[in-house]
Design a protein around this ligand. Structure first.
Ligand code: PLP
Length: 385
């Protein structure tokens, strides 16, 4: 996948749609990242931290019993085995190191379910950078476990009371706060969304997933599959296979399907695909997987869709819950409900012309299901009642 233009365009998407007062800060981040990314010293520092503190490289695991059930050969890239339990830590550590290099003294982050907040709090603790996390009030209530984790790691969690009190509002508030503190703070954005350079920079920090998987898998798989919220684990995975014959598939939640059923618009500093009503108002997303509860998708995914290089599909809550149970039963792995969406598409499509029997599928397991246990308990009680 390519480097975007100077202005951060991926085809007709991307860009830097921010207030005048934020332009210098975005340029500063872009300049710092460009230089750091070609600096062998920075790359080595990052690689050392990913090895020591994250546990990279993560393994790839052939899912043999699942494959036998589905009739396709599934290999899992295990981001669920990273420290803190999801791929978010790859990007958080990368940006925290960059913030240090830029001479910033603290980090700002947004979070929905709390995984990016926990990852940023962890990176902040490691690198001695105080962290402020903006989180919708409704998510603060729903995700009390992760709120405790963030605070325990020393971060300040600020509940956001505007709008729907979820991720979309937390992101807006984090950007507003950044405007007033660009001198001393770095905004550590958690997915391949936002103004340039974030979609590109976050994809580069996550490409370690795809680069490792490519090498570990050896031969090129027929399909490469990942779930898509904003799209960072998918973008990082796809980056390792973009120049191969592998078919790339991004799996969204039906209630958060920006790439599958969104329209072009501008939100949080970039032009991309968002779920909108007939007046262009951005709609609320709804998914059982908090990490997929975002109405849009990163601009590079919008572009890959238009090019036909990647395909985007959506699955519903029930299919994801069933796929999580199937992986637990066959492989002894309880996946994050986000990752279960990718598994659900494979289960649905296996043996059809969309995913012919006998195909090899490399699937990124973006996180582990520990954070979803309360949701799964509630589901199983509902189904028993
Ligand atoms: C945040 C999250 C996602 C969705 O984010 P992307 O940017 O689309 O990768 C997926 N899985 C898990 C486990 C997450 O925490």
């Amino acid at each position: 996948m390519r480097t975007p233009t100077q202005k951060g365009r991926f085809g007709e998407y991307g860009g830097r749609w921010v207030p005048e007062s934020l332009v210098p800060a975005c340029l500063e981040v872009a300049d710092a990242f460009e230089k750091a990314w070609v600096d062998p010293g920075f790359r080595e520092q990052l690689q050392t931290m990913l090895a020591r503190h994250v546990g990279r490289p993560t393994p790839v695991t052939p899912a043999e019993r699942l494959s036998a059930e589905l009739g396709v050969r599934v290999v899992l890239k295990r981001e669920d085995l990273t420290h803190t339990g999801s791929h978010k830590i790859n990007n958080a550590i990368g940006q925290a190191l960059l913030a240090k290099r830029m001479g910033k003294h603290r980090l700002i982050a947004e979070t929905g379910a709390g995984m990016h907040g926990v990852a940023t709090a962890t990176a902040g603790a490691l690198l001695d950078l105080p962290v402020t996390v903006f989180m919708g009030e409704q998510d603060v209530e729903r995700q009390s476990h992760n709120v405790f984790r963030m605070r325990y790691l020393g971060a300040e969690v600020v509940p956001v009371r505007s709008g729907s009190r979820t991720l979309k509002d937390a992101t807006s508030e984090a950007m507003r706060h950044w405007v007033s503190s660009t001198e001393e703070a770095h905004y550590c954005l958690g997915s391949v969304v936002g103004p340039h350079p974030y979609p590109w920079m976050v994809r580069e920090f996550q490409r370690v997933i795809g680069d490792e998987a490519r090498e570990q898998h050896g031969t090129v798989p027929d399909f490469v599959v990942a779930c898509v919220g904003g799209g960072s684990n998918a973008a990082g995975t796809f980056a390792g296979f973009a120049d191969t014959s592998a078919r790339l598939v991004g799996v969204e939640a039906v209630g958060g399907s920006g790439a599958t059923s969104g329209q072009a618009g501008v939100l949080h500093g970039s032009r991309s695909l968002f779920l909108q009503d007939e007046h262009g108002q951005i709609l609320e997303a709804h998914s059982i997987a908090a990490g997929l509860d975002y109405p849009g998708v990163g601009p590079e995914h919008a572009h890959l869709r238009d090019l036909g290089r990647a395909r985007y599909v959506a699955v519903n809550d029930e299919a994801a819950v069933a796929a999580a149970a199937q992986l637990a039963r066959t492989e002894g792995i309880i996946p994050a409900l986000e990752s279960a969406h990718a598994l659900a598409w494979v289960a649905e499509a296996a043996g059809t012309p969309e995913l012919p029997a006998g195909s090899t599928v490399l699937l990124t397991l973006s996180g582990r299901g520990d954070k979803d246990i309360a949701t799964l308990i509630a589901r199983s009680e509902e189904s028993r009642a």
